[in-house]
Design a protein around this ligand. Structure first.
Ligand code: AMP
Length: 176
């Protein structure tokens, strides 16, 4: 099998204009997920440089972040922890609210999801304005996790989301 490159992944990402609302170009990753080589290659590129034993937990952001974080956790022999939209987690939670273009959103983590001092990778499919990832990083901090890196399959650099994640190493595989 030839090594998968970010360009291979980028070619498979489907652009959907005006979804879910006018003016948004949605990056559809389902063709990447459906391709055995590209899906495996995505996980390799998201976790390159980390070995099993170096990471305690991979935190995935609801919902597409779960797909990558769970596979990355398996590859690194780490635990998987979900950050979910408010009201979805059954046990005691910490919540974090952040601003959207119109209105706000609230995400949550179980209070005991991460052992204090645990080494954490935080993962989502896409970095846009950075609001979601910044809120998730706050939640990881609240439960005592130490973030080694925040990683995305896709980064929309023109939205400057990285500026919201200052102080954290940020990795993105495919950049627009
Ligand atoms: P943001 O908080 O602005 O960085 O938005 C990131 C979250 O919104 C991620 O969980 C993405 O899945 C989703 N998202 C934002 N913009 C897009 C887009 N153009 N295509 C697909 N997903 C997006």
């Amino acid at each position: 099998m030839a090594t998968v490159t970010p360009a291979d992944i980028q070619r498979a990402i489907r652009n959907i204009p005006d979804f879910p609302q006018p003016g948004i170009q949605f990056k559809d990753i389902t063709p990447v997920l459906a391709d055995p080589e590209l899906f495996a290659g995505s996980i390799e590129l998201l976790t390159a440089g980390f070995q099993p034993g170096q990471v305690d937990a991979v935190v995935g952001i609801d919902a597409r972040g779960f797909i990558f974080a769970a596979a990355a956790a398996y590859r690194l022999r780490a635990g998987f922890v979900p950050v979910r939209k408010k009201g979805k987690l059954p046990y005691l939670t910490h919540e974090q609210t952040y601003n959207l273009e119109y209105g706000t959103n609230t995400i949550a983590i179980h209070v005991d999801a991460i052992r204090p001092g645990a080494r954490v990778l935080l993962m989502d499919d896409l970095l846009a304005t950075g609001g979601t990832a910044a809120a998730a990083a706050e939640l990881v901090k609240k439960v005592g996790g130490q973030i080694l890196e925040i990683s995305f399959l896709i980064e929309l650099t023109f939205l400057n989301g990285r500026s919201r994640l200052e102080g954290y190493p940020v990795r993105s595989v495919v950049v627009y």
